[in-house]
Design a protein around this ligand. Structure first.
Ligand code: UDP
Length: 238
C-alpha cells in the first residue's frame, strides 16, 4: 500500500491525508507536557486515547454537535473530516485549576459562579498566550458572529460532557477544544477529547484522572487512562 501523505506529525498524534475530504489520525504511545520539555512513552496510551476520543466525539455527534469525527478505523486510528484549523484554543472551566489558578493566585478546586471561557492563540513560540474576542477578530482569525457560535457550541459541549462524566463518577474540571472550517465554510469541532486535553477528577476520591498525573509525577498514568476509557465505555454501552 502506498505511504500516505503526512499532514502533521506531533508528539502524541500523526495525521495523514485520507480519501477525498478525510484525514486519518493515528494516536501514539507518547505523552508530553510543558511544550515538550517533559515527555515519556506510555504503553497502551494510543489505544486508550483513540478509544476515549472516538467514544466522546461519537457521543457529541449523536447529540447534535458537528465534529470532525467520522469513525474509529483501528485500535489507534480515526477517520475524520479534513478542515482548515482556526489557531485558537477554547478552554472551558467549571472548576478553577491549572493556568487560571496560577495566573490569578487562586487555589485549585474553587468553583466559580459562572462557567469560564478562555481563548488562547495557538502559537508555541509565544507560549499560547491568552487573548480575548477583540484580539481574535483583529488578528483576522474569526468574526464576532463565529465567536458567538463557538461559545454556544463550547457551552453545549460542556453540558453534554459534564453529564457524561458525572454518570461515570468523574468531575469535568476543564477542557480545551479547537475548531476548523469545513470545505463549505461551516465551523466544525476538530480536536481530540482525551485525558490529555481535559482535567478529570474522580468524584469519590478526588484523584486526578488526566494528564496532571504525568505533569506532577503522580504515577499510574496508563492505569488511569484505562480506567477513564472503561468508565466511559460502561456509560455508552461500548
Ligand atoms: N490544554 C490543552 N492544551 C493546551 C493547553 C491546555 O489540552 O495547549 C488543556 C489542559 O489539559 C487543561 C485545560 O486545557 O485540561 C486548561 O489548561 P490550563 O490553561 O489550565 O493550562 P495547564 O495548566 O494545563 O498548562
Amino acid at each position: 500500500m502506498a505511504e500516505q501523505e503526512v499532514l502533521y506529525n506531533g508528539s502524541s498524534k500523526v495525521v495523514f491525508k485520507g480519501e477525498g475530504d478525510t484525514i486519518t489520525i493515528r494516536f501514539k504511545d507518547y505523552i508530553s507536557a510543558f511544550y515538550g520539555i517533559k515527555g515519556a512513552r506510555i504503553e497502551n496510551k494510543a489505544t486508550m486515547n483513540c478509544r476515549i476520543s472516538s467514544m466522546v466525539l461519537g457521543y457529541l455527534n449523536d447529540n447534535g454537535i458537528t465534529t470532525h469525527f467520522v469513525a474509529q478505523t483501528s485500535d489507534t486510528e480515526q477517520c475524520c473530516r479534513l478542515v482548515k484549523h482556526i489557531p485558537i484554543e477554547v478552554i472551558v472551566r467549571n472548576v478553577i485549576a491549572g493556568s487560571m489558578a496560577r495566573r490569578l493566585g487562586m487555589e485549585d478546586g474553587i468553583i466559580p459562579e459562572n462557567t469560564i471561557f478562555d481563548l488562547c492563540l495557538r502559537d508555541n513560540e509565544l507560549g499560547d498566550p491568552l487573548i480575548n474576542d477583540h484580539h481574535a477578530v483583529a488578528l483576522g482569525l474569526v468574526t464576532y458572529e463565529e465567536l458567538q457560535h463557538i461559545y454556544a457550541v463550547s457551552s453545549k459541549v460542556n453540558a453534554l460532557l459534564t453529564d457524561l462524566y458525572a454518570r461515570a463518577g468523574i468531575k469535568l474540571v476543564d477542557f480545551k477544544i479547537e475548531f476548523g472550517r469545513a470545505t463549505d465554510g461551516s465551523l466544525v469541532l476538530a480536536d481530540e477529547l482525551t485525558p490529555d486535553t481535559c482535567r478529570l477528577w474522580d468524584v469519590a476520591t478526588g484523584e486526578r484522572m488526566d494528564k496532571d498525573r504525568f505533569r506532577r509525577d503522580l504515577g499510574r498514568v496508563r492505569e488511569t487512562y484505562e480506567e477513564v476509557a472503561q468508565r466511559l465505555a460502561n456509560q455508552l454501552n461500548k
